[in-house]
Design a binder for this molecule. Structure first.
Ligand code: SF4
Length: 313
């Protein structure tokens, strides 16, 4: 059963979040809108440790967002273990995003972490229509083999994930995707792993997090036949090489483009400022008189190891 935190004991979960002292904040903040998860992926402890999915009512989320913006926040990342299952607003996560976008002074909205099955039509449409919703999305898939996805109890297939990506990119063609991957899940064969590589090639990720499977006591996957450490190491290296190549290619493709950058802190060199692009790339510019919290257009001149260099437009 879905729960709202109005008059249930779960309300206590968010109590600490609303009693912050009224201090000036930096330009970016996380805002928890949802906790827990009902998905029960076979490798994950969240449903056991955090419990069932609980959403904060929209009015409380909006009140906290207004307060954060008054204190200097320009970019909000809505947080939840399964954030797009959010149901504290009649129109779900898309509804709260559209209401947040009406707050003057709030310039950017992001959300994390999403499950592909909860990427509904309204949320996909928001990516096309809400200018403040940034073109970067963390959408974990974990594996590309349907056999392994089934054993993971992910409740989606590689094909259904790819269809969600396709619809998102139709709505927002410049969307950069980020993913999570687990290699060496119990009973994963070389053929299964190859299906993960194929999916990665089909998507072309802007960034990704990849891990070797490790047993979490109490989860169903911990009871199954395990893949050897040597095989896990080998697969992780191969996957990370592909993901790194894609990340570099997308980062390098920013050179010559103009992007929005929200400046967050002075850079290492005198006169330099650092911030994040719409696509979450770290960007540095030389900018006399630039202040933290300014959102400016920047032309990207150079792509470095971990960041981009640009000039103010
Ligand atoms: S959807 Fe995410 S949080 Fe929920 S069980 Fe799966 S991995 Fe864990």
């Amino acid at each position: 059963m879905k729960a709202l935190d109005t008059e249930f004991p779960e309300e206590d979960k968010f109590e600490k979040l609303t009693s912050r002292p009224k201090a000036r904040r930096g330009p970016t903040a996380f805002l928890t809108v949802q906790e827990g998860c009902d998905k029960f992926c076979a490798f994950c402890v969240v449903p056991y440790t955090r419990g069932a999915e609980v959403s904060r009512p929209a009015e409380r989320v909006l009140a906290e967002a207004r307060d954060l913006v008054e204190r200097g926040v320009r970019e909000l990342t809505l947080l939840g273990q399964n954030v797009n299952a959010y149901h504290g607003h009649a129109q779900g996560l898309a509804g709260i995003i559209r209401d947040l976008a009406k707050i003057d002074g709030l310039e950017r909205i992001r959300f994390t972490t999403s499950h592909p099955n909860d990427m509904d039509d309204a949320l996909i449409a928001a990516h096309a229509e809400v200018e403040k919703l940034m073109p970067y999305l963390h959408l974990p898939v974990q594996a590309g083999s349907d056999r392994i996805l089934k054993r993971m109890n992910r409740q989606h297939t590689a094909e259904s994930y790819l269809r969600v990506v396709e619809r998102l990119r139709a709505a927002r063609p410049d969307l950069h995707l980020s993913g999570d991957f687990i290699v060496g899940f119990p009973e994963e064969t070389e053929e299964d792993f190859q299906a993960t590589l194929d999916l990665v090639e089909a998507v072309q990720y802007g960034s990704a997090f990849s891990f070797k499977y490790s047993e979490r006591p109490g989860t169903p996957a911990a009871e199954r036949p395990q893949v050897s450490e040597a095989e896990k190491d080998d697969r992780l290296q191969r996957l990370q090489a592909v993901l790194l190549r894609q990340q570099r290619a997308l980062q390098d493709a920013m050179v010559g483009r103009e992007v929005g950058v929200l400046f967050e802190k002075p850079g290492r060199r005198p006169g330099q400022m650092g911030g994040k692009s719409d696509y979450l790339h770290a960007v540095h510019v030389m900018g006399e008189g630039l202040s933290v919290g300014e959102l400016r257009r920047v032309r990207i001149l150079e792509s470095g190891a971990n960041s981009l260099m640009g000039e103010l437009v």
